[in-house]
Design a protein around this ligand. Structure first.
Ligand code: NAD
Ligand code: ZN
Length: 377
């Protein structure tokens, strides 16, 4: 079995380690103990709690850490203030009462991480927390960077706080139970990381696409070493970007490649119709098209990205996208500044820049490009 990997998130006094590997959950309590934790509230959701809650709890107890478990209903629809409030009610009702020395352990996908991290940020004005992501998207994206929060009727992630965890433990074995569609969802962010920072990673993904999708329901063919490598390479990229720009004043915006058009498509088509990774996949294709229109990079590079996405079973075309509905959503993107559409465009695989002069004609052309019937014309 491969050695576990450790990646340091370098944020001065808020620095912490991300540990990635197989069967790390068994050592969770020991690590928490080393970090100084004596008591923890495990915050998890209704799908992940029954799968990994007992393992987490017994690992903590073995390390003489007092553990309580709080479970909220799974799903993005529950990433809300009322859910956070109910979780805080339960935390504050624990006996003996929690104090500033109590830790939060977030166990689950991005929803559990964002919500539990938010509870940790606001309970008693801030508790230490450790994140145990269990979905690929949370492993490679949501668990790094310290953004916590909940959704609001006015939009996703509009309420929250930056609150860095004191550690992240990623046991890739948890990916065995993840739905294939959720795995693919996370792979879209991996392609994004490759395009913005790491051409080698794209080659590696192309070489391992089949293995990344090969799972036989936990009967032994689960490629733990490939998953560890994938997660480690992606965490390293996100860590480097976040270390450069913790509060998203500059280069952290590079992580939005594919997300400007992706979010607009996601909003227009409906969050329950299209998964985030599928929308980002379409967004990357469309934004790559704009880069080609501008002569920033060539068609071959764009075709290569599309082939990689297709090899991962991600969509690169979609019928019925309506530019007249998507453009107004794009104009309201919170990533825009001063009313101009802001977009991250690649100039090579592994290199992107921010542009704020993208025209309506370019956006229309990009959305038309996503129409399967226009393709090849
Ligand atoms: N904080 C950040 O920087 C950041 C970055 C990206 C995304 N996010 C947030 O992350 C969320 C999306 O994350 P997600 O895709 O993990 O969603 P999620 O947490 O809803 O997980 C997706 C589904 O998989 C299930 N699941 C998770 N792990 C599992 C496992 N090991 N086995 C079986 N089922 C499992 C969940 O119960 C859920 O049904 C969004 O709310 C998004 O806003 C945050
Ligand atoms: Zn994303």
């Amino acid at each position: 079995m491969d050695e576990p990997r450790t990646i340091r998130i370098d944020l001065g006094p808020r620095s912490y380690d991300v540990r990635i590997g197989s069967r790390l959950l068994d050592g969770l309590g020991q690590w928490l103990g080393e970090l100084g934790c004596r008591r923890a509230a495990i915050i998890t959701e209704s799908n992940v709690g029954p799968l990994y809650g007992d393992a987490a709890e017994s690992s903590l107890r073995d390390a003489n850490i007092e553990a309580s478990r709080i479970t909220f209903p799974a799903g993005e629809a529950n990433k809300t203030l009322p859910t956070a409030s109910a979780v805080l009610d339960e935390m504050l009702a624990l006996a003996p009462p929690i104090d500033r020395g109590t830790w939060v352990l977030a166990l689950g996908g991005g929803v559990a991480g964002d919500l539990a991290g938010f509870a940790a940020a606001v309970a008693l004005r801030g508790l230490k927390w450790l994140q145990c992501p269990t979905s690929l998207l949370a492993d490679v994206d949501a668990s790094v960077g310290g953004k916590t929060g909940v959704d609001h009727a006015a939009g996703k992630n509009l309420i929250g706080a930056f609150h860095q965890p004191s550690g992240v433990l990623i046991d890739v074995e948890t990916l065995r139970s993840l739905d294939r569609a959720e795995l693919i969802n996370g792979l879209a962010e991996c392609v994004k990381h490759a395009v913005i920072r790491d051409a080698d990673l794209l080659g590696w993904i192309e070489d391992h696409a089949e293995q990344l999708l090969a799972r036989d329901g936990g009967r032994g063919a689960f490629p733990a070493d490939v998953m560890t490598e994938l997660v480690a390479r992606n965490v390293a990229i996100k860590a480097a970007v976040v270390a450069e720009d913790e509060r998203e004043a500059g280069v952290r915006a590079h992580l939005n490649f594919g997300h400007s058009i992706g979010h607009a498509v996601e909003t227009t088509v409906g969050y329950d119709v299209l998964r985030h990774g599928e929308a980002v996949s379409l967004g990357m294709v469309a934004e790559a098209h704009i880069a080609v229109l501008r002569g920033l990079w060539n068609v071959d590079e764009r075709v290569r990205i599309e082939s990689a996405l297709q090899a991962l079973d991600l969509p690169t075309r979609r019928e019925g996208l309506d530019a007249d509905r998507i453009l107004p959503v794009l104009a309201h993107d919170k990533k825009n500044l001063g009313g101009r559409v802001r977009m991250v465009l690649p100039s090579a695989i592994g290199q992107v820049d921010i542009y704020d002069d993208v025209t309506e004609a370019e956006l229309r052309s990009a959305i038309e490009e996503l129409d399967p019937n226009a393709h090849g014309a």
